[in-house]
Ligand binder design. Structure first.
Ligand code: C2O
Ligand code: CU
Length: 478
């Protein structure tokens, strides 16, 4: 057959004119730049000191427990800075083993990311390390070790980083709620089974849920008060869904980022690593009926545990005692961010890669080597993958599939991403995040534009899974 010049020209035009490719990289990038905003130029120099060491502190209502802690406190220190500030953190390791600090969710220069043998050498016992970075984004962040995190975080090593913005509204009260889940022995000690061979496939689910190290703490408020709660899930494996029964509450920030619209609390899954900021209003009319009223905040995630024997029902995690009435009601609107793009065309982008989260039986174990099961990404454990390259300031659509009957909170260092679909269904989450829960037997697609160079971890934030291999690396290059 003779192909005419016209036909060839037509084919050429169809292929390269964009008719077949509806997706628009430049537009997505522009909207992301608008979302991130310009790099803050102002800012103070802020210095902090952190020391990791063994301590004995009381957790819950119990007796003193041997823990590992930053600056001798559980929960760890709350570092509070302003957007644009330059942080200088002098860290000292007084633990009996090596460690690092990872700044979860906050964008830092790659060499400050705290990933052992990738971005820095592990900090040995007795050694010091200086972490220095600028707080580019405002919001609620946290920090924790990235060396044997399943044990170091579980023993109590974590702290909070709050970056304030001049646009933050002034609430009547602000509470920081650090959620944790401890596995304690009847004597009140941390259950000592941290070796990979005794790990439960669902991760380490505890028998004591705490907020700021306390079991069912009591908070005090007045009727009509408007309260900001910064919630951080620092547990190894437990998910939360908070129900502020009888009160008016909305989530207005996820993983530090103000959302495009307020979101309901009861259905939001706070996976290990996730943070949410809650706008809470104490009802105004309760003071009329009695002079004191106690509201309860419960975790609703129980019904989604695979092993329901561990948690028999919704669990009260905090109590809010209300007495008296606020003098002047705060009437500002719940904060929203109108710079969060919809990314309508994102699903038309070519698929960059499908990461398959799975488990693999370790036959070598029969000969006495290692754990019986590996947690793998694309069939391989951490260290066996080829590093995947991503081009700086390009849009990527990435899929995650789950071949296990287990949850996997997917966390990527160095980026904010947007969830585009769940279980094959398109979703429109009005926010960016750094950790998303991959449901069992399901899939997840995300859109991401890396704007920070270097090698970044992509891993399961269920810390037992990452310890058993569920981590891999991406590299952002120009
Ligand atoms: Cu919160 Cu790689 O970690
Ligand atoms: Cu996992």
């Amino acid at each position: 057959m003779k192909v005419s010049k016209q036909l060839l020209l037509l084919l050429f035009l169809l292929t390269f004119s964009g008719v077949t490719v509806a997706f628009d990289n430049k537009g997505l990038l522009k909207s992301y730049d608008h979302f991130i905003g310009p790099t803050p130029k102002t800012g103070e120099q802020r210095s902090f000191e952190l020391t990791a060491k063994m301590s004995e502190l009381s957790i819950g209502k119990g007796k003193p427990t041997k823990v590992w802690a930053y600056n001798n406190q559980i929960p760890g220190p709350v570092l509070r800075v302003k957007r644009g500030d330059n942080l200088n953190i002098a860290f000292k390791n007084e633990l009996p083993e090596a460690t690092t600090i990872h700044w979860h969710g906050i964008r830092v220069p790659n060499e400050m990311d705290g990933v052992p043998n990738v971005t820095q050498k592990p900090i040995q016992p007795g050694e010091q390390f200086k972490y220095e970075f600028k707080a580019l984004d405002s919001g609620t962040f946290w920090f924790h070790p990235h060396v044997r995190s399943h044990e170091q975080v579980e023993r109590g090593l974590y702290g909070i980083l709050i970056v304030e913005s001049p646009e933050d509204p002034v609430y009547d009260q602000e509470w920081v709620w650090i959620l944790d889940d401890w596995l304690l022995t009847p004597e009140g000690n941390i259950e000592d089974s941290f070796s990979v061979s005794d790990m439960n496939v669902e991760g380490r689910l505890g028998n004591l849920i705490t907020i700021n190290g306390m079991e069912q703490p009591n908070y005090e408020a007045k009727a009509g008060e408007r309260i900001r709660i910064r919630v951080i899930n620092t547990s190894n494996a437990r998910n939360f869904q908070l129900d502020f029964k009888g009160m008016v509450s909305k989530i207005f920030a996820v993983d530090g980022n103000i959302t495009g619209r307020p979101l309901p609390n009861e259905s939001f899954e706070i996976a290990p690593g996730n943070r949410v900021d809650v706008d809470l209003t104490i009802p105004n009319d309760i003071a009329k009926t009695s002079n004191e009223h106690v509201f309860e905040v419960a975790n609703l995630f129980f019904h989604r545990e695979a092993d329901e024997t561990i948690l028999p029902g919704p669990q009260t995690v905090a109590k809010i005692k209300v007495s008296g009435k606020v003098e002047q009601k705060k009437n500002f609107a719940i904060p929203t961010n109108d710079r969060v793009p919809v990314w309508k065309t994102a699903m038309d982008a070519p698929l960059f890669h499908t990461y398959n989260f799975d488990t693999k039986f370790n036959w070598g174990m029969l000969l006495g080597g290692g754990p019986s099961v590996h947690f793998v990404i694309d069939g391989n454990v951490y260290g066996e993958h080829e590093v995947k390259n991503l081009q700086y300031r390009e849009f990527y659509r990435i899929r995650f599939t789950n071949a296990t009957g287990l949850y996997h909170p997917i966390h990527i260092h160095g980026v904010f991403f947007k969830v585009l679909s769940r279980g094959g269904e398109k979703v429109n989450e009005p926010f960016f995040r750094d950790t998303a829960l991959l449901d069992y037997d399901s899939s997840l697609e995300i859109g991401v534009i890396p704007v920070d160079l270097g090698k970044w971890l992509l891993h399961c934030h269920l810390l037992e899974h990452s310890a058993l291999g569920m981590m891999t690396l991406i590299e952002v290059k120009k």
